[in-house]
Design a protein around this ligand. Structure first.
Ligand SMILES: Cc1cc2nc3c(=O)[nH]c(=O)nc-3n(C[C@H](O)[C@H](O)[C@H](O)COP(=O)(O)OP(=O)(O)OC[C@H]3O[C@@H](n4cnc5c(N)ncnc54)[C@H](O)[C@@H]3O)c2cc1C
Length: 498
């Protein structure tokens, strides 16, 4: 059978969209299959109910999470989660690629080192930062984290007064806050308070969907099918012969073929496709991770301004590898926007009158921590007999312990920045799976990994993985930039082969 395309990419998020762009720019014919619709079809900018309560732009499948059905906060439109993300695009530290240096006793030996190191990705980080229009301050001190050897492609906006206070208060105590590198075009950004979680009303926050559409327009080499669900990979023995696609509107199914296939349906979606295809590598779906993200909300006596403007500007890596008293890896601390009234109502421990919520919103400044939750094979994605995706996940005591320590440090940070009181939460909710990763880990041999160092499945050499599923460990920073950089690296292998 002649192949209609050089490459079929499944999923258009940070991994798939970025890779599709690179492969098309190299002159190869790409078919991109995306389960969600094009975002403008569902876009209701700044409508908190539509976006975050009804979850219109999020994946509409009920997932069985620890035996209860839930709609998860994972991107379900063109661009995947990058259509909704915070765009904090941080490079990790060198040590993030050698987790054995920090958890030797807690991790199996085979994942003490990732199959690639930071140096293998350095130039791809540069390219990803260009592609996603990252603004940052190269002169900032990022502590153990890497930053570009040259300049960030774009300049950040000046700090908002409440963040200046946060920076000054903490610098006086010897900390080194930095301006958070963000994939946002501040020439057109509206600097609104509704950023992560919402579709950006004017495309200032660059998504993988935009990257794909630009590459499609400039090369004519990408065909994008939206609102189609990949049901499974067609197989003849171990050989993959095509992709079975369901048109979600008409209900029609067809099989499409290519020389190579790239799986990037996210760390929940990708293993589910392989399991539905009857692939039986024992690690498929195992070791699901998503970070433990403690939230601390500073309450101020005066207005912070965060209820009406963009405040996601600051990062702290001072406690990345712990403190003198607690020398354990704790990860990054970064600004968060103030939640909308409905989300405050949803997450508050008791009912709050509308006026109280509005008053609270005006006096808040939140921070989030990014604790690297460790892999556990029992935390996993599986597929039930009726085809429903199931997720089993529990944090370990060690994850919670580090989350608790980081929470105390975040309280100190906010108090130094002027907060009179702080509210704490150990993680947002079980529906928040933003940083999902780890379910098709890459490594050096089949016994310990599903894919090789180039993302190719050991059992099915025509298939590559290019999303967060590949991560053997979850890093102490947000995953998006590393997924993008790694997708560009994997794209080079795919291009060479074709
Ligand atoms: C609200 C929010 C805020 C975030 N903020 C940040 C941040 O500030 N910094 C950061 O680093 N990370 C952030 N993230 C995480 C980041 O967006 C993800 O890590 C990243 O997008 C994951 O990339 P991916 O390619 O693995 O999956 P995704 O980007 O989720 O893409 C997967 C795509 O596959 C599609 N798909 C799934 N199943 C199928 C199927 N069967 N057939 C066809 N298509 C399918 C999905 O619809 C989706 O479009 C955030 C995420 C969210 C949701």
């Amino acid at each position: 059978m002649s192949d209609s395309y050089d490459v079929i990419v499944i999923g258009s998020g940070a991994g798939g969209g970025t890779l599709a762009n690179a492969v098309a720019r190299a002159g190869k014919r790409v078919l991109l299959l995306e389960r969600g619709k094009k975002s403008p079809e569902v876009s209701l900018p700044h409508d908190e109910r539509a976006m975050l309560i009804d979850k219109q732009p999020y994946d509409d499948r009920p997932i069985d999470v620890n035996d209860t059905d839930a709609r998860l906060y994972m991107g379900g439109v063109l661009g995947g989660s990058t259509s909704l993300y915070g765009a904090a695009l941080m490079r990790p530290s060198d040590d993030d690629f050698h987790p054995g240096q920090h958890y030797a006793d807690r991790l199996e030996k085979s994942i003490h080192d990732w199959p690639i190191g930071y140096d293998d990705l350095a130039t791809y980080y540069d390219r990803a930062e260009q592609l996603y229009h990252v603004s940052g301050q190269t002169s900032d001190n990022f502590g153990p984290l890497n930053h570009p050897s040259q300049q960030y492609p774009h300049q950040p906006i000046p700090l908002k007064p409440i963040n200046e206070r946060l920076v000054n208060g903490n610098e006086s105590a010897g900390l080194k806050p930095f301006v958070l590198p963000l994939g946002i075009d501040f020439n057109i950004c509206l600097q609104c308070d509704a950023c992560p979680g919402y579709i950006c009303p004017n495309g200032a926050r660059i998504s993988a969907g935009q990257v794909v559409e630009k590459a499609a327009a400039e090369t004519g080499s990408i065909e994008v099918w939206t609102n189609v669900e990949v049901q499974k990979l067609e197989r003849q023995g171990e050989s993959i012969t095509g992709v079975r696609v369901l048109d979600r509107e008409s209900g029609d199914q067809q099989v499409v073929t290519a020389k190579r296939y790239v799986l990037s349906a996210g760390a929940i979606g990708s293993p589910a496709i392989l399991l539905k295809s009857g692939c039986d590598h024992p690690l498929i779906g195992r070791n699901y991770m998503m970070h433990l993200s403690p939230i601390v909300v500073g309450l101020y006596l005066k207005r912070t301004g965060a209820e009406s403007t963009f405040v996601k500007q600051i990062g702290f890596a001072d406690h990345y590898f712990g403190t003198d008293d607690y020398p354990h890896k704790l990860g990054l601390v970064q600004s968060l926007p103030v939640p909308g009234p409905l989300m405050i109502g949803k997450s508050a421990p008791q009912w709050l009158p509308k006026r109280a919520i509005e008053t609270l919103r005006k006096r808040m400044l939140p921070l989030a921590g990014i604790v690297e939750d460790l892999p556990n094979p029992e935390n996993r994605v599986s597929v039930k007999e009726d085809g429903q995706i199931a997720l089993s996940h529990r944090y370990s005591d060690y994850d919670f312990e580090r989350g608790k320590v980081l929470t105390h440090l975040m309280v100190d940070i906010l108090k130094r920045g002027g907060a009179a009181h702080c509210l704490t939460k150990s993680f947002p909710s079980t529906e928040h799976v933003a940083h999902q990763c780890g379910t098709l880990r890459f490594g050096t041999d089949r016994q310990h990994a599903v894919a090789d160092k180039n993302g190719r499945l050991f059992d099915h050499p025509e298939v590559f993985v290019a999303d967060g599923s590949l991560f053997p460990t979850s890093l102490g920073v947000g995953p998006a930039l590393t997924i993008m950089a790694n997708a560009l690296r994997i794209a080079d292998t795919v291009i060479d082969e074709i």
